[in-house]
Design a binder for this molecule. Structure first.
Ligand code: F6R
Length: 259
């Protein structure tokens, strides 16, 4: 794991976006794994800026998203399909038919998940997987207690995730948040060739500490990234504040990135 520690989330988002831009410039057919949530939004804005400035094109890029709520159609303003269209896909030149988000309305959710895994495999696997982290250490919707080798499937949200996500639903009501989701598994995520994780703010500090310096455990599913050989964790000073070796990580990653 490489831990990049920046002063602000804007600075970290720019560095992460530059990494994706460079990868797509090098391989225009890059396969991206994408995340929703508030964390990647500034990075998506930077990616769109690079397209507008004609530095890069997503015309041949294909994407697969991490997760979707069960019971929300893509037209619902809290569905992850809607989020992706608004925050990224409509702002870059990607073909919408090349973007994939699990169908939360699928009649047979397990079949939908198996089909998704098959599609990713057929495309040659994810080249770069973007991730955020939950305050309980989850990646995608893989809550504490999920096997680190789990595959894409139907998952159940914990009360703490429902509480965290309620802010985005009608009147901030927890009862509005679906209790189930379709989610890529931890094992599926870890098969990506490269991982770019973003973690910002002090309410992520415990999760970041657990992911980086805790043992690898199903109680912090993000800790599975410890076994990945090309995982980059972009933090701001707040989210990195509880790391014991933060000065060392910051120096090492800055040296590797030539900063
Ligand atoms: C989103 C996802 C989640 C979020 C996490 C953090 O597709 O898979 O794991 O990355 O819940 O959410 P934010 O960024 O809103 O703090």
């Amino acid at each position: 794991m490489e831990i990049v520690i920046c002063k602000t989330k804007e600075e970290a988002s720019k560095l992460a976006a530059d990494m994706i831009t460079a990868a797509v410039q090098k391989n225009p057919k890059t396969i991206l794994g994408l995340a929703t949530g508030s964390t990647p939004v500034p990075m998506y804005t930077e990616m769109a800026k690079a397209v507008k400035e004609k530095k890069v094109s997503y015309k041949f890029v294909k994407s697969w998203n991490l997760d979707e709520y069960v019971g929300l159609p893509g037209t619902h303003d809290q569905s992850y399909r809607y989020f992706m269209n608004k925050n990224l896909f409509e702002k870059i030149d990607i073909k919408i038919s090349n973007t994939h988000v699990l169908n939360g309305m699928a009649k047979d959710p397990e079949k939908e998940c198996a089909k998704y895994e098959e599609q990713i495999k057929k495309a040659g696997g994810i080249d770069i997987q973007v991730l955020g982290i939950g305050s309980d250490g989850h990646i995608a919707f893989n809550e504490p207690g999920t096997s680190l080798s789990s595959r894409t499937g139907v998952v159940y949200l914990t009360p703490s995730t429902i509480k965290d996500n309620a802010r985005l639903f009608f009147k901030g009501k927890e009862s509005e948040v679906p209790t189930r989701a379709l989610s890529m598994g931890v094992g599926t995520i870890c098969e990506a060739k490269k991982i770019i994780m973003l973690a910002f703010g002090k309410n992520k500090a415990d999760a970041v500490k657990g992911m980086v310096e805790g043992g690898m455990s199903q109680f912090c599913t993000a800790s599975a990234l410890q076994a990945h050989n090309d995982a980059w964790i972009f933090c701001d000073e707040e989210s990195a504040s509880k790391l014991k070796l933060r000065d060392y990580y910051a120096w090492r990653s800055a040296t590797k990135l030539g900063l």
